[in-house]
Write a protein that binds this ligand. Structure first.
Ligand code: NAI
Length: 439
């Protein structure tokens, strides 16, 4: 639980608005304003580098992917073979991880930063076409990006011979149809090709066999939007903003039982205690019990981890994954069994059905949760959940199945008694078994 409050100034010091710095500037989504706020300066600088030097620079900066996996960006750019065949940059803007809300405000408030990052990344990997795959529901974000593409094209930042460099690039904004699975990079590629969005087997990775079977670099919106800032500020500056082995800042999306939920851009490695303080503390009458460091696909951590620096390595040491830094904060009044039931229902609904472990495993886990929550649980149900997770983890076609197990196994580790309370009849059933057809 949060300890004594520290002076506000010390906490506010933790805020490092870099990627979010234009969010409060009125009209920053328009080219005219963006240019007044250093817009497209990084592109002019980047076009003076050779492609190889730009990739080396990105590797030097230590920038890692912001979509959840934290893959080193420079290395990913380098994977794309420079062998003369067509290749592409694809930006994953299908943000769908429960609790995650950083890419949407980024696209709405600073769409030109995304476009500028796309041009720089495309130049680095020598792609002449880039696609942005926007989540189906985010019609407003797609519209704003399309407007930014039009403005950038009219100003000579896109199209033929960009700023006289000889480099050509077209950017296509593509709206998905609102399926969580299409955020998985290979399902996204299938969807972009006009097929049903279902994951492909990896390897081969998209780096060599991606869109239309051509080499493709897939980067998240947040990863790409940081690129112009890194190019302008320099590799050392970016590294200095973060912590050891975790360069730069990160947008933490705080939700749940805090007074002021929202996006807080801080150094990678900020702790939950600091984030809660930034968010005005816990809501009155609520005491921290558990949280997700990076969305529902990352194992929950208990209140004991309140001082764990939320960066890649330290979160892994604590037994979870940094993921999308979607920090969902739960209190003593939020039953972990109910929270898991809701997440598993989500995974069961969003499972594409291609592989049996994920399609069947999630379906059956929902039934077991509903049996427990309706007061008809049996002692063997906890073993059943654990065995379902064993058969999902590492045996599903893609990360959706793996991710679904995170909340189940971590809640059983920390909060087994909460499950037993329903099974042993110490807790009032959440719903009537007959009504929901639990058996
Ligand atoms: P991953 O670790 O399998 O791959 C990360 C990236 O590195 C991919 O682009 C992959 O193609 C590339 N890569 C990995 N090994 C490679 C190799 N040997 N050669 C070439 N390229 C290679 O992770 P994945 O499955 O892409 O993402 C999982 C993460 O996504 C989870 O940790 C979760 O937090 C996050 N996630 C994010 C969501 C969102 O809304 N942003 C939604 C759901 C999950």
């Amino acid at each position: 639980m949060p300890g004594p409050r520290r002076p506000r100034e010390a906490v506010l010091d933790k805020l490092k608005p870099v990627i979010t710095k234009r969010w409060l500037s009125p009209g920053a989504w328009r080219l005219e304003v963006y240019e007044q706020l250093d817009g497209y300066k990084a592109l002019r600088k980047a076009l003076k580098y050779s492609q190889a030097d730009l990739i080396a620079f990105m590797k030097e900066s230590g920038h890692r992917g912001r979509g959840g996996a934290g893959f080193p960006v420079g290395m990913k750019w380098q994977f794309v073979p420079d062998d003369g065949q067509d290749h592409y940059l694809v930006v994953n803007a299908d943000e769908g991880e429960p609790g995650t809300c950083k890419d949407l405000p980024l696209m709405m408030n600073d769409p030109h930063a995304v476009i500028e990052g796309i041009i720089i990344a495309s130049y680095a990997i020598k792609a002449s076409r880039a696609y942005v795959y926007v989540r189906g529901e985010a019609i407003h974000a797609a519209r704003r990006l399309r407007n930014a593409v039009r403005e950038a094209k009219e100003a000579g930042y896109l199209g033929k011979d960009i700023l006289g460099s000889g480099f050509d690039l077209e950017v296509v904004i593509h709206s998905g149809a609102g399926a969580y699975i299409c955020g998985e990079e290979t399902a996204l590629l299938d969807s972009l090709e006009g097929k049903r969005g279902q994951p492909r087997l990896r390897p081969p990775f998209p780096a060599t066999h991606g869109l239309y079977n051509k080499p493709t670099c897939i980067n998240n919106v947040g990863t790409i939007a940081a690129v112009p800032h890194i190019v302008l500020g320099g590799a050392e500056w970016w590294k200095s903003l973060g912590s050891e082995n975790a360069a730069g800042t990160m947008i933490y999306s705080l939700s749940g039982r805090v007074k002021r939920p929202g996006q807080y851009e801080c150094s990678l490695g900020t702790t939950l205690r600091e984030l809660i303080e930034l968010a005005g503390g816990m809501q009155e009458g609520h005491e921290l019990r558990y949280f997700t460091p990076g969305g529902s696909s990352t194992p929950m951590l208990s209140a004991d981890s309140i001082d764990v620096p939320l960066d890649f390595d330290n979160v892994a040491k604590a037994g979870s994954i940094l993921g999308t830094t979607a920090v969902m904060v739960f209190s003593d009044q939020d039953c972990p069994v109910v929270a898991c039931w809701r997440w598993i229902k989500f995974y069961a609904h969003e499972s594409c059905g291609k592989c049996t472990p994920c399609r069947e495993g999630n379906y059956w886990m929902v039934r077991v949760y509903e049996r427990i929550l309706s007061g008809r649980g049996q002692m063997g149900d906890l073993n059943l959940l654990e065995s379902a997770c064993k058969n999902l983890l590492g045996r599903s076609f893609c990360g959706l199945g793996d991710g679904a197990t995170s909340c189940v196994t971590s809640s059983l580790k920390f909060f087994r008694q909460d499950y037993l309370d329903y099974i042993e009849g110490h807790k009032t059933p959440l719903f009537d078994a007959e009504k929901i057809g639990a058996h």
